[in-house]
Write a protein that binds this ligand. Sequence first.
Ligand code: UDP
Length: 264
Amino acid sequence: MDFPKTRYIPMNRRRRIYEGKAKVLFEGPEPGTLVQHFKDDATAFNAKKHEIIDGKGVLNNRISEYIFTQLNSIGVPTHFIKRLNMREQLIREVEIIPLEVVVRNVAAGSLSQKLGIEEGTQLPRSIIEFYYKNDKLNDPMVSEEHITAFGWATPQEIDDIMALAIRVNDFLTGLFLGVGIRLVDFKMECGRLYEGEMMRIVVADEISPDSCRLWDIKSSDKMDKDRFRRDMGGLIEAYSEVARRLGILTEGDNPKAGGPKLVS
Ligand code: UDP
């Protein structure tokens, strides 16, 4: 009898490892793997604002799959292995570094508020910021000094993270520019991937319109989670448009019809 290479265990029978605001992690089919499931939950302001937006998980799964596949193919290491179905992807288990790494090209959001720089101002150069991932503390901004003093990452790891952040930013800026979208800023997370005696830092979590600011080049329309944060509506339409421009959503696709389906 032939056994398929990857065992597919229905979601309700898999061991839940971790549940976050927009995603759930389940035990994977092989040791060292996990299944990352994208929910339709949208949260902002440290989960004070919460809504279910039908179809968001399906779109983020597809967009993040596309970006991580491209990153892997240009030699930027990530945790991503493959998409399993409409809402799930197979990933490598990593030890998440408790930092949100934000890269900014254009002033917006908290940078504009804190420093009084008008939204939309092109920054003199890309700026990398670190936030300590801690909901109770509202993810405070931290410096390299805090990160090394409290042991969240070593100086070498910070160097590796910054090098990855710059490569991801360069790649994403070009990718989105090619489809008429301005990459204002984005957030990424990194993890330690252990392979035998070796450890390396890889890009983890997701990269999607939930974690990026994306503005249409011509109209400056927002095509990201700010539509939800600022009660603008039209979030699914905007995320679908991002997917469509990237060539990953064809006319007939309906992200709202998204039950788990196995893809080959
Ligand atoms: N971001 C994120 N998760 C967070 C905080 C920020 O994905 O918990 C992203 C956000 O979508 C934006 C970038 O990081 O693309 C910079 O966000 P900012 O610091 O301006 O905070 P915000 O104004 O979104 O609270």
